[in-house]
Design a protein around this ligand. Structure first.
Ligand code: MUC
Ligand code: MG
Length: 379
């Protein structure tokens, strides 16, 4: 039997190109957790598990993700046949509760290994296989300053890199946030779609007002306006407003997807591989959405190149993806940790075509940004 000979988990900290202002945190860097696995045949698989703003976004931190993998998941994986990804992940799930981001990182590495072994892209190993080779990709305007956001939108429109914009709101009063969004929508006009993400920061009454005003301002979608467990509020808001509500933090895998679809809590799902616990459960989330008439969007945890490539492979298998994706993570970072960066052009991200994830790490950059690197000696 093939076995896993080596598992290395480490954190790399990469500065962002500008402060990224979200309702719950302002990011100045991203902490990416990478997993590298070598099997007994010498093949290598890589995976990523990344969250946002330490512990401010969710229940897993970068340090906790590494600890869960090193102390609890790796010992189980050492007893598994890595060529049987579903069986290995089922065994991991028997002994590790929750920890979806950590599970996503190792599942990604196993899928990378499996794809390399079979000589096919990861997207051919999920669902019915790949149905698209490129994905529409949004950009998040979150500098914290309206004029700077408009300049940024103009620049990426000129570059033909993005014509979908997601604005992070929820920090200021509802009316101040709406004025900020309306100014950006006015500047962008029909050249782009403007959406907002409230990251759970409104109560239902604020969301009611916000959704009405945002709809009048020409906004196309409102993401997670209320708390993730407030399914009844989400259902009332979805029924009341024409602008669709998208679930994000509320979705931690297929069980949540089923519950939200069943109560009509959202008309769009942001499918995230990390939040779902991997590409395979994320595909199940998408299948439930499809069965329930819920639209699909490929979400991000602002991953670096490895996690973004993995998300792209998942999204490439979805027959319907009406709301596009936001797989722009590497573009928010000052350094790309991939040997060959992902390709963004004509408002789309090209899904890698090589075996496995189809990406490789830039080993020098990774070594430099590794949190546990030994300090360079001065001569
Ligand atoms: C989120 O809540 O969706 C996605 C884009 C971005 O800027 O933040 C993330 C997180
Ligand atoms: Mg969100």
């Amino acid at each position: 039997m093939v076995t896993i000979a080596e598992i290395d988990t480490f954190i790399v900290d990469i500065p962002t190109i500008r402060p990224h202002v979200l309702a719950m945190a302002t990011m100045h860097h991203q902490s990416i957790v990478l997993v590298r696995m070598r099997d007994s045949d010498g093949l290598e698989g890589i995976g990523e598990g990344t969250t946002i703003g330490g512990l401010s976004y969710g229940e897993e931190s970068p340090e906790g993700i590494k600890l869960a993998i090193d102390s609890y998941i790796a010992p189980v994986l050492r007893t598994c046949d890595p060529t049987r990804v579903g069986a290995a992940m089922a065994k991991v799930t028997q002994s590790v509760f929750g920890n979806h981001i950590a599970k996503c990182a190792v599942e990604t590495a196993l899928l990378d290994l499996a794809g390399k072994r079979l000589g096919v892209p990861v997207s051919e190993l999920i669902g019915g296989g790949r149905v698209r080779d490129s994905l529409p990709v949004a950009w998040t305007l979150a500098s914290g300053d309206t004029a700077r956001d408009i300049e940024e939108a103009e620049r990426v429109l000129d570059l033909r890199r993005h014509n979908i914009f997601k604005l992070k709101i929820g920090k200021r009063s509802v009316r101040d946030d709406v004025s900020h969004v309306a100014a950006i929508k006015k500047a962008v006009g029909d050249r782009g779609s403007v959406r907002v993400d409230v990251n759970q920061n409104w109560d239902e009454a604020q969301a009611d007002l916000g959704m009405r005003l945002l709809q009048d301002a020409g906004v196309d979608l409102v993401e997670q306006p209320v708390a993730r467990h407030a399914h009844a509020s989400m259902a009332r808001l979805s029924a009341k407003h024409i602008v669709p509500l998208m679930a994000d933090e509320a979705l931690h895998g297929p069980c949540d997807a089923f519950a939200i679809a069943a109560c009509s809590g959202a008309r769009i799902f942001a499918v995230k591989i990390a939040q779902s616990g991997g590409l395979l459960p994320a595909h199940a989330v998408a299948t439930i959405a499809h069965a329930g008439g819920v639209g699909l969007y490929g979400g991000t945890m602002l991953e670096g190149g490895v996690g973004t490539a993995a998300s792209a492979h998942l999204c490439a298998t979805l027959p319907t993806l009406a709301w596009g994706t936001e797989l722009f993570g590497p573009l928010l970072l000052t350094q790309d940790i991939l040997a060959e960066p992902l390709r963004y052009a004509d408002f789309e991200l090209a899904v890698p075509t090589g075996p496995g994830l189809g990406v490789a790490l830039d080993e020098d950059r990774v070594a430099f940004h590794r949190r546990d690197r030994t300090a360079p000696t001065l001569h």
